[in-house]
Ligand binder design. Structure first.
Ligand code: PLP
Length: 400
């Protein structure tokens, strides 16, 4: 006898993972170069050179013997000091090492925040479309999920809709900007409107409503778009950050929770985050990569390839007659399905060995998500296949 909930979670991978596995199988049959996989957010740009330099320095330095040892649970103090310095320099965060809890990426950071905050009867709000794992994490914390749609077409926060859905049970709201899957970046005014609402409702309910800001794509933006530092807009923000995307280290598992000094019940919240991490088996984030993160915070991989792919895809697809949400950040783009059933559209593309998932699992039916964190050549090869799809659906574009 096993837990049926857990068995089902284990048995049913996310649609992105299923496509990714299919892509690998198909590549073995027809050659990897013929399968155009745009399914997964696995960065193809190498980390900045500094990452490998730091690893080499650390492994050959005088501390090399102790480098693989346990660190303190929130992370090595030196590493946390350096990350806090970097956040203070870059964002005026006004934080200290003891406000940071280093984790194995953003996913466990989110789980620690949700479990740390959640009391019986609590709910967490998410904005659709949202990273599908949020639901798993929120249910895992024992809370209910309240879904609120983003504004139509722009995919920005619909603050009025958030206001209508808020109740005293909502302990927190998860936001993700730059957003996976829409690529949209919330402008400052949009965040300020949300902050004003949460302050007003928190005062009315007599309890703070926390904003959980999931920021793995913070530095991945185009055309100099501003990504506001969310704790400077709303004091009760918990930041969940990851080095998976910004410096292309998804397999190394490193990120953090920041409980900013101004957050309500700061010390209790920090302890609850630490306790929740402990309860899910966290011992410490990978020791070597704590040092890498400390030395590389604020750096990014070369984003040129993503920018080239974004421009090429957006121009070509809209030119063919597809309706696309223009991404200001991340390396994802949402495309409206030319037929009501986006899963069927995705299957049609699959027949051309062009792989991308529909966004049903992001609670946003009717769209597909294209991950363009891939070599430029793959995007170039994909364009004629998109053109074939456009022709199949009888789309009329400006250029083909
Ligand atoms: N949040 C969002 C929005 C993501 O897209 C991802 C990964 O794709 C994560 C969290 C998890 O990131 P990590 O690899 O740091 O656990």
């Amino acid at each position: 006898m096993v837990s049926e909930t857990m068995r089902q979670l284990g048995a049913n991978g996310s649609p992105m993972r299923v496509l990714f596995e299919y892509g690998k199988k198909r590549a073995a049959e027809i050659g990897a170069e013929n399968v155009l996989d745009l399914s997964l957010g696995n960065p193809s740009v190498p980390p900045p050179a500094r990452v490998n330099d730091v690893i080499r320095e650390e492994l050959s330095g005088s501390m090399a013997d102790s480098i693989h040892g346990y660190t303190s649970a929130p992370g090595d103090i030196e590493a946390r000091l350096r990350i806090a310095d970097s956040l203070n320099r870059r964002f005026g965060a006004g934080c200290e090492a003891d406000d940071l809890f280093l984790t194995c990426g953003a996913a466990p950071a989110l789980c620690a925040c949700l479990r740390g905050l959640c009391c019986p009867g609590d709910a967490f709000m998410v904005i659709t479309p949202y990273f599908s794992e949020y639901k798993v994490f929120i249910h895992g914390a024992g809370a209910e999920v309240i879904e609120v749609p983003a504004a139509e077409k722009t995919f920005l926060l619909d603050v009025d809709a958030v206001g209508r859905a808020l109740t005293p049970s909502v302990k927190g709201v998860i936001i993700n900007s730059p957003n996976n899957p829409s690529g949209v970046v919330y402008p400052r005014e949009n965040l300020e409107a949300l902050a004003a609402l949460l302050r007003r409702k928190g005062a009315e309910y007599g309890a703070p409503i926390y904003l959980i800001s999931d920021e793995p794509y913070r530095e991945i933006v185009y055309d100099g778009v501003e990504v506001p530092w969310v704790p400077s807009v709303y004091e009760n923000t918990l930041v969940c950050y990851s080095y998976s995307k910004s410096v292309s280290l998804p397999g190394e598992r490193i990120g953090y929770v920041l409980v900013p000094p101004g957050a309500a019940d700061h010390d209790a919240v920090f302890q609850a985050v630490a306790g929740a991490a402990r309860a899910i088996g966290h011992v410490n984030a990978p020791a070597l990569f704590q040092r890498v993160a400390a030395a590389c915070d604020g750096l990014t991989s070369d984003l040129t390839q993503y920018a080239v792919n974004r421009d090429r895809l957006y121009r070509s697809l809209t030119g063919m007659g597809f309706e696309c949400v223009k991404p200001d950040g991340t390396f994802y783009m949402m495309v409206k399905s030319p037929e009501p059933d986006a899963a069927a559209f995705s299957r049609r593309a699959m027949e051309l060995d062009l792989l991308f998932p529909d966004t049903g699992s992001f609670a946003c039916p009717g769209y597909v998500r294209i991950a363009y964190c891939v070599p430029v050549e793959r995007v170039e090869k994909a364009i004629p296949r998109f053109a074939k799809l456009a022709a199949m659906y009888g789309l009329r574009g400006k250029t083909q």
